[in-house]
Design a protein around this ligand. Structure first.
Ligand code: ADP
Length: 576
């Protein structure tokens, strides 16, 4: 229950509202008791005393009580829902803030569907429970109020009835357990369904290209069937619980009717007492049902809270061990010193014994067969991952001694598949940069050879691009991301060259844009283009996680067998 305390952190600022809602719920409970109670004076007034004056008063009392009940129930529910929404909105914000800052390896381990379900489904379940907690407490008070009426009207029969009634609780608890079990399984299946959806929709091109709709469909169908299976089982218990409760209630009621009726006939009791007693007993059914529902909601929320706080507690090793120093990488050498890296404890090393220096302002090409470790190598520079052993330094400072945000602001990344946000061209180019003048954006676009096509767009720099906006060609997208990097103006640059060549015309423009971008920066390029490799100041040949050779193109052609093979198999082909 440790997380109850943490949950409270989010709700404590609404203490006053919660207390108020609590008081209102007491009033609602009291009106329930009153309704059962006034049955006696009403009926006895009619049947025994035949008192007309009192009878005239009764309709007003009845409407009055329901008015009070209605107003306070509304206020209580509204206040609690409000508290629930506000508190939970804060949890949602915190959770998102936490997740978006988590290191990349976390995203490798959890699927997008699951993460989305944490922020939407689970947080909603928690919100739902907040209201139910107060409802549950209110209904407990209602039961106490009604029990008081029952005992007051007939202490003997009341005691008997109050012993029988709790029997209703036993099947509720047993059935509740089953419901929880199946709803939990249903939730897991729902998660699987979202994963399939997320995966197939984002990879829809692949699905279509491989004509694999049938397979995906059957996969979806299988998950969906399982989901329905659990839902159906849950429903059996869900739907059985009410009739069962009613049946047990009816048996109790039947006994009470018999003995209570007998007392009226024998003159030991009045009709008013009898009906007031009965009303209170019957009115107890609703609170029991609501407590049952509240219990189910709270159980579901406990599971959800566990999952949410599990994510909130994920360690962010990189941010938790953040360095102190500001990073200024201009004119600084970058060095890898005895670097070893593996993705997780039990894996093999993906990079081994890397020792190499890169001079400032140079272009460095990484080549190697697929899986050789090129992407891993460049991902270590912005600390997307930390080295397992050894160190990477800028100048003579270990990367881990820099503030991570300061380090990353020194690095620009242009990747194979350019990613654009659903936003204007300007906002896409100035992504992550504040206080930038339009002139700077235009200059960056010009240097990236993007200005001309941007001005041809329907609304120029204000045109919305990305998934929901104007579609750009591959080459155009790439030039926007190049403009983004030029505007950021970082001393270090990471490029992941596209393997699938653009058409020659756009390829040439992108190439020229890249040349502008790379000028005077220390660049690391995962090279697929022969021209990049030939012009590089240093080529690093990676083989199975180790540096096999380094040098310039002409040197390596002489000395490196691996490079010669790569050159023949990959680079030359790409050029042709
Ligand atoms: P390259 O970019 O040269 O194709 P990578 O750096 O992507 O090579 O991969 C090097 C090795 O690391 C491969 O064996 C790959 O399976 C492994 N690898 C890459 N990314 C991960 C990851 N996130 N988790 C575990 N292993 C990974």
């Amino acid at each position: 229950m440790k997380f109850l305390k943490r949950l409270w952190q989010y709700f404590k600022e609404y203490k006053l509202l919660i207390v108020l809602s609590f008081i209102f719920s007491l009033i609602v409970a009291a009106t329930n008791g009153s309704i059962a109670y006034i049955v006696k004076p009403t009926l006895d007034g009619i049947f025994i005393n035949k008192n007309e004056d009192k009878l005239i008063l009764m309709p007003f009392v009845i409407v009055g009580i329901y008015l009070i009940k209605g107003v306070f129930r509304f206020l209580q529910n509204y206040l609690m829902k409000k508290v629930g929404q506000l508190g939970v909105a804060e949890i949602r914000n915190d959770l998102y803030a936490k997740i978006i800052k988590l290191p990349l390896n976390f995203f490798g381990k959890s699927s997008t569907g699951t993460l989305m379900s944490r922020i939407t489904n689970d947080v909603n379940l928690m919100q739902n429970a907040v209201t139910h907690v107060v409802t549950g407490i209110r209904e407990c008070f209602s039961i106490i109020g009604l029990a008081a009426v029952v005992l007051y009207q007939d202490a003997y029969l009341g005691t008997f009835a109050l012993f029988v009634l709790p029997l209703i609780v036993i099947p509720i608890v047993l059935i509740g357990k089953k419901i929880r079990k199946y709803s939990k399984r249903g939730q897991t299946k729902m998660g699987d369904l979202s994963d399939v959806l997320q995966e197939t929709f984002s990879g829809i091109k692949v699905v279509k290209a491989f004509v694999n709709e049938k397979y995906e469909q059957s996969k979806f169908k299988a998950h969906n069937n399982k989901y329905v299976k659990f839902q159906l089982r849950r429903m059996v218990y869900n739907e059985a619980s009410s009739p069962l409760m009613e049946l047990i209630g009816a048996i109790g009621l039947a006994l009470v009717v018999y003995y209570g009726g007998l007392k009226v006939i024998n003159g030991e009791s009045t009709p008013g007492t009898f009906f007031s007693f009965m009303t209170a007993i019957v009115m107890m059914y609703d609170p029991f049902k609501r407590i049952n529902n509240a219990n189910n909601a709270i159980q579901a929320a406990i599971g959800a809270a566990e999952r949410v706080f599990y994510v909130m507690d994920t360690h962010n090793e990189i941010l938790e061990n953040d360095g102190e120093r500001d990073c200024k990488a201009v004119n600084k050498q970058i060095s890898f010193n005895n670097v070893y890296f593996k993705y997780s404890e039990n894996d093999d090393y993906v990079l081994k014994d890397i020792n190499i220096n890169f001079s400032p302002g140079t272009t460095n090409a990484l080549v190697g067969s697929s899986g050789a470790g090129k992407s891993t190598f460049i991902n270590l520079i912005p600390r997307f991952y930390d080295v397992s052993e050894g160190s990477i330094k800028i100048g003579d400072v270990d990367l881990r001694d820099f503030k991570v945000y300061s380090l990353r602001s020194n690095i620009g990344i242009v990747s194979q598949d350019p990613f654009l946000f659903n936003d204007s061209v300007t906002r896409n180019i100035a992504y992550g940069i504040e206080n930038v003048s339009q002139q700077d954006v235009v200059n960056a676009a010009k240097a990236a050879f993007a200005h001309d096509f941007i001005t041809d767009l329907p609304e120029g720099y204000e045109t919305i691009i990305g998934e929901r906006g104007v579609r750009l060609s591959g080459g155009q997208k790439q030039r926007i991301t190049i403009a983004r990097a030029i505007l950021k103006n970082p001393p270090i640059l990471i490029l992941d060259e596209a393997t699938s060549a653009l058409d020659t015309e756009s390829e040439k423009i992108v190439q020229k844009a890249l040349e502008n971008l790379m000028k005077d920066r220390t660049s690391f390029v995962i090279a697929h283009r022969l021209s990049t490799v030939i012009n590089a100041d240093k080529i690093v040949v990676l083989d199975n996680g180790e540096i096999a050779d380094t040098g310039k193109h002409s040197e390596l052609l002489e000395t490196s067998e691996i490079y010669k093979t790569l050159y023949r198999m990959q680079l030359k082909d790409n050029e042709e």
